[in-house]
Design a protein around this ligand. Structure first.
Ligand SMILES: [Zn+2]
Length: 154
């Protein structure tokens, strides 16, 4: 497990938070400065791990969010999307996902290519069934059950 790293950059009432490494029992979000923040943009591109203790810490933190706080998540990896789908409250009340990764599997070279899917307000996500494998350039097929994986969008 790699160490959790939180990078904060506040601009006016917007806080940009970059989360990288693993969220586990040592995760400490207390020093994220939400004072006067109206919008928090959370970039999960570098999120590498998430265990059950980490999920508990995460939910403890998000439950303290003020009602006025809006949260937008960018570049959510599969491990975060799975929790949003399974664990009530993992995606905070005023939270939306702006972009997330969909894994595509290539049989040719047995590798996974992650495709970044943008989410536009009011537009249904229409992920491609196939994309080009980034490794061997053959066809990679979507490796999730869309009805399940996209549940968090509802
Ligand atoms: Zn391939």
């Amino acid at each position: 497990m790699s160490q959790l790293e939180l990078k904060q950059n506040k601009q006016g009432t917007t806080l940009n938070l970059t989360i990288s490494g693993s969220i586990d029992e040592d995760a400490d979000f207390a020093h994220v400065d939400l004072n006067e923040v109206e919008l928090m943009i959370v970039n999960l591109n570098g999120l590498k791990g998430l265990n059950s203790c980490g999920i508990r810490e995460w939910i403890r933190w998000t439950q303290k969010f003020p009602d006025t706080l809006k949260v937008a998540f960018l570049n959510c990896p599969k491990i975060a999307i799975e929790q949003m789908n399974m664990v009530e409250g993992f995606l905070p009340k005023n939270g939306i996902v702006k972009s997330f990764y969909i894994p595509y599997y290539c049989e040719e070279c047995d590798s996974v290519t992650n495709y970044l899917q943008e989410v536009k307000q009011g537009v249904e996500v229409d992920a491609p069934e196939e994309i080009q494998c980034e490794n061997c350039k053959q066809t990679a097929e979507i490796d999730v059950i869309e009805a399940k994986y996209f549940k968090f969008l509802k």
